[in-house]
Write a protein that binds this ligand. Structure first.
Ligand SMILES: N[C@@H](CCC(=O)N[C@@H](CS)C(=O)NCC(=O)O)C(=O)O
Length: 230
């Protein structure tokens, strides 16, 4: 049986995307979390950009980049998550190509250093949300991106939609409610067990703690009780 090792930082959304695909396909894997500020030599030797995720296969091959990993898993292990129809598949790939832009827009407030930067970053969120709302409108009735069948697009967006809710609970953004299809899609994805690498409340606490430590503008809105409880 093929052996899979997924190398991770605990709260990395790109790792989460790869882990979701593994879980959707019921592939047993070893999940190994390393510390971002103490990356071991064995990891640096297999990760060309020094980034996670890396998927190590049978202790011999190392794949990097979450999209390449997701595509590889989809090509090699059933059930196929990509749609059969080549046009629909191309549309799906176009939307996974949009993910890095979506991710920066949705998580930008977490990296803003000043209030002015935060306001500017928050203004990018509805632009990205509107793109997805329109895409979902074209795709059909839901509950997943392509309708009844789960896909690699669902696996890709779930971690970032989850982070929007984390950030919204740290400092109210109130954006997703304006996009009903996106909101319903996000709720479906968050309710799906494969989305979660950790129990959701524990994971949200880890996320908040990372944000607090990063000490950017939004850090001050992580509740003082949590800061006292460290
Ligand atoms: N495009 C990459 C992004 C991966 C990425 O940015 N990973 C972050 C952690 S969430 C990382 O390893 N950062 C370390 C660094 O930039 O040195 C992918 O999709 O896998």
């Amino acid at each position: 049986m093929t052996k899979y090792l997924l190398v991770s930082f605990e709260t990395c959304p790109w790792v989460q995307r790869a882990a979701i695909v593994l879980r959707e396909k019921n592939i047993p894997f070893e999940f190994r979390h390393i510390a971002p500020d103490n990356r071991p030599d064995w990891f640096l030797a297999i990760s060309p950009h020094k980034k996670v995720p890396v998927l190590r296969i049978d202790d011999s091959v190392s794949l990097f980049e979450s999209n390449a990993i997701a595509e590889y898993l989809d090509e090699t292990i059933a059930p196929r998550l990509h749609p059969e129809d080549p046009v629909v598949r191309a549309v799906n790939r176009a939307w996974t190509d949009y993910l890095p832009t979506f991710a920066s827009a949705v998580t930008g407030t977490a990296y803003a250093e000043t209030e002015a930067d935060y306001v500017k970053a928050a203004a990018n969120i509805p632009v990205a949300f509107d793109r997805l709302e329109k895409a979902l409108e074209k795709q059909g009735a839901g509950p997943f991106f392509n309708g009844a069948k789960y896909s690699l697009v669902d696996a890709a967006y779930a971690p970032f939609l989850q982070r929007y809710f984390f950030l919204d609970r740290i400092k109210h953004l109130g954006e997703i409610e304006k996009f009903p299809r996106l909101n319903a899609w996000a709720e479906t994805l968050l309710a799906r067990p494969s989305t979660h690498s950790f129990p959701p409340a524990e994971f949200e606490a880890k996320y908040r703690e990372n944000l607090r430590r990063r000490n950017n503008y939004a850090a001050q809105f992580v509740a003082p009780a949590e800061q006292a409880a460290e």
